[in-house]
Design a protein around this ligand. Structure first.
Ligand SMILES: C[S@@+](CC[C@H](N)C(=O)[O-])C[C@H]1O[C@@H](n2cnc3c(N)ncnc32)[C@H](O)[C@@H]1O
Length: 378
């Protein structure tokens, strides 16, 4: 097998000349990875629990199925372990998820959870992939729900109070987009007396991945609240301006002037998830700052900050934290690299990995001040 190791934009790609996975058919086993832990520790907990209790009935059924089927669990081949990349894995994953979601014995979980669990199973058993995975899923869902709650509490006068704009850089196959949509959909709006208008704009540079993500998002039935945007990649390797891309997308969805910086009416980004090209974290964040979309209250979550050593971005956030009374507050939550540990509940499918080597972290930052204060310097 012809393997080539390429270091590009800090992402390791191992390209193999033949497609190992074109032959993957449907994975019809129905077991559950049991990673469904508590989603939020905030007031909306009760509503999340409501949803979870209806899910947990169907999950306990599939869990008992999983126990009886555990002998069928197949571990990943060594060549498909952590940080291995093969051509067409994304298409193979999509076929797998599509078949399992549409099969007669399809999971009885709600569509989002069904799709996420199918993806997790594939990644633990067949091929490692770079979705955030179940451990970081819980972290970003908690953070999103906290941010929604804070906005609802703090912006009582704003006419746009009910709008919650979420942006993601790096869609890949749509896994983290579905996690974010799932968390927002878990809120029981009637019970909370909320009129939340949540929308996620997620940006992908690879049109093939964007296509996979659009279908995955449809299978999860969240296409009404998630828009996949294509970022341009130019011949010289440069990319489109994400600031302009997001402003146009928000304006075309909601109309009006996005950038009216009157704090009461301004429609900026409430929650930003950065998980794309590691060298572009800081430049793209600064593009969004310059375009006026980052504002007081914006929460920014950045994946892989420890594992991929995204020091420029980390140092910038640290600097903002030290300016004045602190423009940004940041905490880094440790986690392991996606799909590098055991698949909970399955008992097999794990890698024999050194978890110290695969230690990762998610940076969570919150802008505490109106952005004009620091904009002059970016
Ligand atoms: C680590 S993956 C994202 C995983 C995804 N967030 C998830 O957890 O499901 C990184 C993705 O960013 C995309 N990407 C790289 N550079 C980009 C850019 N400048 N703009 C948008 N997407 C980019 C890659 O094509 C790849 O699909």
């Amino acid at each position: 097998m012809d393997k080539k190791l390429i270091l590009q934009h800090n992402i390791i790609e191992i390209i193999m000349s033949d497609d190992l996975f074109g032959c993957f058919g449907s994975d019809s086993d129905n077991d559950d990875d049991g990673d469904d832990g508590a989603v939020a520790s905030i007031d909306v907990d009760a509503n999340v629990k409501d949803m979870k209790s209806s899910q947990s009935q169907s999950q306990s059924q599939s869990q008992s199925q999983s126990q009886s089927q555990s002998s069928q669990v197949v571990a990943r081949e060594e060549s498909c372990g952590v940080l291995s990349f093969h051509k067409n894995t994304e298409q193979s994953l999509l076929v797998n998820v599509r078949n399992n979601m549409n099969s007669a014995g399809a999971t009885s979980l709600l569509p989002c959870e069904g799709v996420l669990q199918e993806i997790d199973k594939y990644c633990f058993r067949k091929h490692w992939m770079m979705h955030i995975g179940p451990e970081k899923k819980r972290m970003i869902q908690d953070t999103l729900l906290n941010t929604i709650q804070k906005k609802m509490e703090n912006h009582t006068r704003s006419p746009n109070k009910n709008k919650f704009i979420c942006v993601e850089l790096g869609t890949y196959c749509g896994y983290s987009s579905i996690c974010l949509a799932q968390a927002s959909a878990s809120l029981n709006l009637d019970e909370l007396n909320l009129d939340l208008d949540f929308h996620l704009f997620t940006v992908e540079i690879n049109p093939e991945f964007a296509k996979v993500a659009r279908e995955m998002i449809q299978l999860a039935q969240v296409e009404d609240i998630v828009t996949v945007l294509d970022n341009d990649l130019f011949m010289d390797g440069s990319t489109g301006d994400v600031g302009a891309l997001i402003r146009d997308a928000i304006a075309s969805k909601y109309g009006g002037d996005v950038g009216d910086e009157d704090a009461d009416t301004f429609m900026g980004i409430d929650f930003l998830m950065i998980d794309h090209d590691k060298d572009s974290y800081l430049p793209d964040l600064q593009r969004l700052e310059r375009s006026g979309l980052i504002r007081r209250g914006t929460c920014v979550v950045a994946d892989n900050v420890l594992f991929a050593r995204i020091d420029e971005y980390v140092n910038y956030m640290k600097e903002l934290g030290e300016m004045g009374e602190g423009i940004v507050t940041t905490v880094t939550k440790e986690a392991s690299v996606e799909y590098s540990g055991k698949m909970q509940g399955a008992g097999q499918g794990q890698d024999d990995v050194d978890l110290d080597v695969f230690k990762d972290g998610v940076g969570k930052s919150r802008y505490c001040m109106f952005h004009q204060f620091y904009l002059a310097r970016v």
